[in-house]
Design a protein around this ligand. Structure first.
Ligand code: PLP
Length: 407
């Protein structure tokens, strides 16, 4: 008799975005005349940068010729892309990352979800609350947690992010082995300073822990004093893996390209205390389970680093940041406490009531869909996330309706 992986049964039955979709479609069925503006799901809305589209087309044409055809490529990604990433994303910011420390993949979701499997099944994990749900759920699937009681899994060290700590978690009180951090944060939109990040790097060194740093939104950091990579912090190469993606930065959510940085000096230990190269482990895992991102997609991603590509990506990011500034201003004017939206596409708003109640209020009174904060962890209760990923017209319309409904 084939049995299931019973850890899956511990997962919370409902999935945030399907719950939202159900409520939205119920509302639409009851009010077919009302149009609904979606500022909920974290997906981009604007077209791919033209530099990427041109490179994408050209690479497809290459594939149509014998001379330009590409079959399986290197699992870790083509040198043209890894070189461009190392130079533009890291070396230019003073972070000494070499191309062979970069693993190109089809998504930061997969990478942040898969990374845990190269670490021990009994590793103690620390996960921010609230945060992108992938980190927690993949550890539940792997059996690193106990049951879920009242919204929290046994065995997980939750890093509470609340108004009191400016949504930057305090260092854990007991030693942990794996630490997930995400800045600019999804869902709170908050950022971390170099000094604050240095405290985590020092903690990881002292405890021989590893930081899994998700920087999927780094392109939204416009404040030059803030780090865009954890490797801008001294010593981070010894203790951190960084996840990046072209999804939110260059509109690749439907095109699929991302990368993970695993520095060569990063170590983890076996039960006998022997040190192992994490780079070698991840390389083994990546090559065994992944066959590379398609050549045209990698060409499209590399175009992000051309002069035109850089300017166009900045145009996209600025467009969304302008939306975010409008949302911030309008919601603050209505008297709400909020964070995020200045170096991030997300605004995290204290709704002063239950998250789902506030969600329903915005949906039924204003026809605007947001994301209830409770879906990202129990510390998210009472908050909602509004996303700046939409057209300027829709954001303005949504804010006018909210103003009218809540004033
Ligand atoms: C959207 C998102 C990702 C997913 O990126 P993909 O490369 O599209 O898989 C990863 N991390 C966070 C925090 C995100 O919000």
């Amino acid at each position: 008799m084939i049995r299931i992986n019973e850890h899956y049964t511990k997962l919370k039955a409902s999935y945030l975005f399907s719950d939202i979709a159900k409520r939205v479609s119920a509302f639409q069925e009851a009010h077919p005349e009302k149009d609904v503006i979606k500022l909920g799901i974290g997906d981009v809305t604007r077209a791919l940068p033209t530099a990427c589209v041109e490179a994408f087309h050209k690479a497809v044409d290459d594939m149509a010729t014998e001379a330009g055809f590409h079959g399986y490529g290197p699992e870790q990604g083509y040198a043209f892309l890894r070189d461009a990433i190392a130079e533009n994303d890291f070396k230019s910011r003073g972070a000494d990352i070499s191309p062979d420390e970069i693993f190109v993949s089809d998504g930061a979701k997969c990478d942040t979800g898969n990374i845990q499997e190269i670490f021990s099944g009994d590793a103690t994990i620390a996960i921010p609350d609230p945060v992108y749900p992938v980190y927690l759920d993949t550890n539940v699937m792997a059996g690193r947690t106990g049951a879920n009681n009242d919204g929290r899994y046994e065995g997980v060290v939750y890093l509470d992010c609340r108004e009191e700590n400016g949504f930057i978690p305090a260092l854990p009180e007991k030693p942990v082995d794996l630490i997930y951090l995400c800045f600019p944060n999804n869902p709170t939109g908050t950022t971390i300073t170099k000094e604050q990040l240095k405290a985590w790097v020092d903690y990881a060194k002292e405890n021989r822990a590893i930081i899994l740093y998700d920087a999927a939104y780094e392109a939204f950091v416009t404040d030059e004093s803030l780090p865009r990579s954890i490797y801008e912090v001294e010593g981070a190469k010894e203790v951190a893996i960084e996840f990046r993606s072209f999804s939110k930065t260059a509109g690749f959510t439907g095109t699929r390209c991302a990368f993970t940085v695993v520095p060569k000096e990063l170590k983890a230990w076996d039960a006998d205390g022997n040190a192992h190269s994490v780079h070698a482990l991840w390389n083994r895992r990546h090559c065994t389970k992944f066959n590379g991102v398609s050549y045209p997609v990698q060409k499209a991603a590399a175009a992000v680093y051309s002069e035109e590509g850089k300017a166009q990506v900045k145009g996209l990011v600025d467009y969304y940041l302008n939306n975010a500034a409008i949302i911030r201003k309008e919601m603050a004017a209505l008297g709400y406490e909020l964070v995020g939206g200045d170096n991030s596409p997300y605004i995290w708003i204290n709704g002063k009531c239950d998250s789902w109640e506030f969600f329903d209020l915005l949906l039924t009174k204003a026809g605007v869909v947001c994301t209830p904060g409770a879906g990202f962890g129990s510390c998210g209760n009472g908050f909602i996330r509004i996303s700046a990923f939409n057209s300027l017209e829709n954001v303005e319309k949504a804010m006018a309706r909210i103003r009218e409904a809540l004033n």
